[in-house]
Design a protein around this ligand. Structure first.
Ligand SMILES: [Zn+2]
Length: 423
């Protein structure tokens, strides 16, 4: 009992606690049982970690008590795919698209990634940092407690490093944990038009070694797509990343299928993302590699893309699904993970259980952070959101309503309508 007195925080009166435990790996084909629901629960927290979880009244003595007043509590959202650092906006393209132009047409007219590359190159580290910090504040207010962030708008060694430095500054200066991914192979920059081989050589011979030397990213990603990087080029970049300790992620099958997903096995892809045109062979390769399917429905909404991922086939192959915002200035300016949950259900027909698991524990697996977060279990980080809802099915149901009462990061209240910012 003496030990109990040392507890820092007790969250009591949790109406429905969603622990989403995953002992043996990411969860495929989840159902209600997969959510590890405890009705009328409490959580005690010590040193930023979850100490105990139990049912009913607790007699634990804590310095701080949070009364959840019968609301639901769940793991803080993990956004496993974003392009959060960028300069400039692309609302003009939004108009163009609404007027009937598609993504590839806009790209050919100098829009798309290239326009963001131009503004990001011109921006200073401080400017990028300040803008990105504001975006993280919004993400936090919607319950995101861990966020992956990619480079890929620099496309020169100096500017890619600049972006990753900003990611690392954000990690040091914001409550959200920021996990950086190197995406030098996001596009071929304009100055390498007609000379793609030289750019790929630059990525391989200069950028990857430099990123690795500075330890500024955990993953290496590539945009494997028709008109961007083909399968062989993608494999080359990702394998070089692996040599330097950068684990592989792939943007793949967003617009056409060029067989990129079949690289999953040979590059041990941690995740394959987008997957609108993925076929069985790709999914089999992912299954063998243990890759997570990261689905990005915000992009489908903004690109007004009617094609949806082969969700039934993904389920048949037992490939675990995560969902993420793909937050970026062109194809998905959505940052709220509960909105992404709604979209994954409405556009992709994921079940609310798949959406919840996709935004928490499977997203942790997609970032290799499953040991520290993504579920509420003793010893894991106390990253918790309390939402003014009675049932998890209400999360995707109340579209774009921010129902978050408290965001708790490492045991501290950092945002939310009831909590505000204490630290
Ligand atoms: Zn992306």
């Amino acid at each position: 009992m003496m030990e109990n007195l040392n507890c820092d925080v007790l969250i009591k009166n949790i109406g429905q606690l969603l622990t989403v435990p995953s002992k043996n790996g990411p969860i495929s084909n989840p159902n209600r049982e997969s959510l590890g629901i405890i009705e009328n629960a409490y959580i005690s927290i010590k040193n930023g970690e979850i100490k105990d979880i139990g049912e009913g009244e607790s007699n634990i003595q804590a310095k701080n008590i949070i009364d959840a007043e019968g609301c639901i509590a769940l793991p803080g959202f993990i956004d496993s795919h974003t392009h959060l650092i960028f300069a400039g906006k692309r609302e003009k393209e939004f108009s163009m698209r609404v007027n009937g132009k598609d993504y590839m047409e806009i790209m050919k007219e100098g829009g798309g990634i290239r326009s963001t590359v131009n503004s990001t190159r011109l921006a200073s580290e401080d400017e990028l940092f300040n803008e990105s910090l504001k975006r993280l504040n919004i993400a936090l207010s919607w319950g995101t407690t861990t966020c992956e962030v990619k480079s890929g708008y620099g496309l020169s060694t100096k500017d890619e490093i600049k972006m990753l430095e900003v990611a690392n500054m954000l990690q040091k200066n914001h409550e959200i944990d920021v996990i950086a991914t190197f995406l030098g192979a996001h596009d071929i920059p304009e100055e390498y038009n007609g000379n793609r081989k030289s750019y790929i050589d630059l990525v391989i011979n200069e950028m990857i070694p430099e990123v690795s030397e500075r330890k500024s990213a955990r993953f290496c990603d590539v945009f494997c797509e028709e008109g961007v990087f083909n399968k062989e080029e993608s494999e080359k970049v990702l394998k070089e990343g692996l040599k330097y300790g950068l684990k592989a992620k792939i943007h793949v099958d967003e617009f056409v299928n060029i067989g990129g997903c079949e690289l999953a096995e040979s590059v041990h892809a941690i995740s394959c993302d987008h997957l609108l045109f993925t076929k069985e062979e790709g999914l089999i390769s992912m299954k063998k590699a243990g890759s997570i399917a990261v689905l990005l429905p915000g992009t489908s909404l903004y690109l007004m893309n009617k094609k949806i991922p082969p969700v039934d086939k993904i389920r048949e192959q037992n490939v675990p699904i995560a969902i993420a915002s793909d937050f970026n200035p062109g194809s998905s300016p959505i940052i709220a993970m509960s909105v992404i949950m709604s979209l994954s259900c409405l556009l992709y027909r994921l079940t609310p259980e798949e959406a919840l698991i996709g935004a928490t524990i499977n997203a942790a697996w997609a970032l290799k952070e499953e040991r520290s977060r993504g579920s509420l279990e003793s010893g894991k980080l106390a990253d918790i959101v309390i939402m003014d809802l009675r049932n998890y099915e209400e999360i995707p149901y109340w579209f774009a309503q921010n129902r978050i009462n408290y965001v708790i990061k490492r045991g501290k209240i950092v945002a939310g309508k009831k909590g505000g910012r204490l630290s």
